[in-house]
Design a protein around this ligand. Sequence first.
Ligand SMILES: NC(=O)c1ccc[n+]([C@@H]2O[C@H](COP(=O)([O-])OP(=O)(O)OC[C@H]3O[C@@H](n4cnc5c(N)ncnc54)[C@H](OP(=O)(O)O)[C@@H]3O)[C@@H](O)[C@H]2O)c1
Length: 180
Amino acid sequence: MRTSVFVGISLDGFIARSNGAFDFLSGAEGEPHGYDEFFATVDAIVMGRNTYETVLPFPKWPYGEKPVFVLSTRPLPPAPDGAVVEHMEAAPAEVLSRLAARGLDHIYVDGGITIQRFLRAGLIHRLTITRVPVLIGTGIPLFGPVDADIHVGHIATRHLAGGAVQSEYAIDLLRSGSGV
Ligand SMILES: NC(=O)c1ccc[n+]([C@@H]2O[C@H](COP(=O)([O-])OP(=O)(O)OC[C@H]3O[C@@H](n4cnc5c(N)ncnc54)[C@H](OP(=O)(O)O)[C@@H]3O)[C@@H](O)[C@H]2O)c1
């Protein structure tokens, strides 16, 4: 099983403003940044409740018929017609073992708190981070506290139009103390 993160952030490391808005990411639009190609490779999405509540009002459900597992300790608002959404409340390792048991192999993990919990559990393999050249000062951070250093290997960096920089990293799970 593989887990990947694909996010856009401000130069100072935020995935959204404190109110959830991500208007500042529009600086990375206008040039293909590989999201569609990435999305085509994933079997399922695991996201936190806050991300689910952010995408729910979108005019079009962005995940097609791919299964979306929403993590929350509370009941979820209903999913839009045609969306394949399942509520889960479990620790990251348990979530992945349930998905693996269903034959799902490549998992896209999304949402700040959720990414941080999976990283901390040593359960993220790939990070693709598109850094948009703007400082927003405060907001929802991509990264948070870790129990021990997490070693990442740089795979590639490319410049996008408008000054965004996209870097891909593989996480060295063995060196970081996890054998997953
Ligand atoms: N820039 C980007 O590329 C990007 C990507 C994704 C999201 N975003 C933005 O990020 C914001 C959301 O991120 P966020 O950090 O607030 O949170 P999030 O990860 O989307 O959601 C966090 C919530 O998910 C639930 N949760 C997470 N792990 C759980 C587990 N193992 N078991 C049960 N519940 C669990 C908890 O909700 P409860 O305790 O309430 O149940 C937790 O408070 C939104 O504004 C979204 O637009 C930006």
